[in-house]
Design a protein around this ligand. Sequence first.
Ligand code: SAM
Length: 246
Amino acid sequence: APGLYIVAGPIGNLEDLSPRAARILRTADVVACEDTRVTAKLLRAAGSERPMLPYHEHSGPDVEAKLLERLGRESVALVSDAGTPLISDPGYSLVREARARGLAVSTAPGPSAAITALSISGLPSDRFLFAGFLPAKAVAREKAISAVVGIPATLIFYETGPRLAASLAALAAALGGRDAAVARELTKRHEELVAGTLPELAARYRGQEPKGEIVLLVGPPGEEMSSEQALDEALLTALKTMPPGK
Ligand code: SAM
């Protein structure tokens, strides 16, 4: 049927492509994708010979307008280089516009690195905030971190090896001794999860540039306290338990 299909692909392990996602890739009229070389491999794994059409942040409004026009009479599958489209990947404006025009939008769901990392992190998973990539520049990064300081949820960031140490140092400075985790190369041969407090992880990765793809998670504000907070709490408890008139 005509319409837009948001199709999730693997995040590093081709076996994670679902049979339904593969079927949609085999039957769609066209597969919109970020990098045709990356998606060519996916289509081969799916047994698909459907044509590809590049669609990414630099493709501009013309490509999107053409896709929207085709959506009315053809089926378009949107995939990204890894995981779920729209999650730190292109697709948002296409979905928004398709919906605004009353066109069908459907999905073949699958992995996303953020949820995958959260599910094995050992950090609270009942409430979380996905915050994408932290900015590369120090001032913007600090501003982004201060915007999430008080949020009572596990924070999930996408990271790169070269920036990991700086992000950990900035997070430790702003958020103190919270529990955290670095998830690397999920679903791949060298999958690894390193857990520790933010200061521990900042020390561990100082001066290092770990290889591969990384998700950084920080637990919610909780038991860990700054020294001032600890003192305030102790004074409050002492006041409350003081007998009246003393
Ligand atoms: N759309 C993708 C998703 O659903 O996860 C994310 C795309 S974003 C451009 C790429 C980032 O996702 C990487 O820099 C890394 O932070 C994270 N990522 C993707 N695959 C990963 C993996 N196998 N292990 C750890 N992190 C991964």
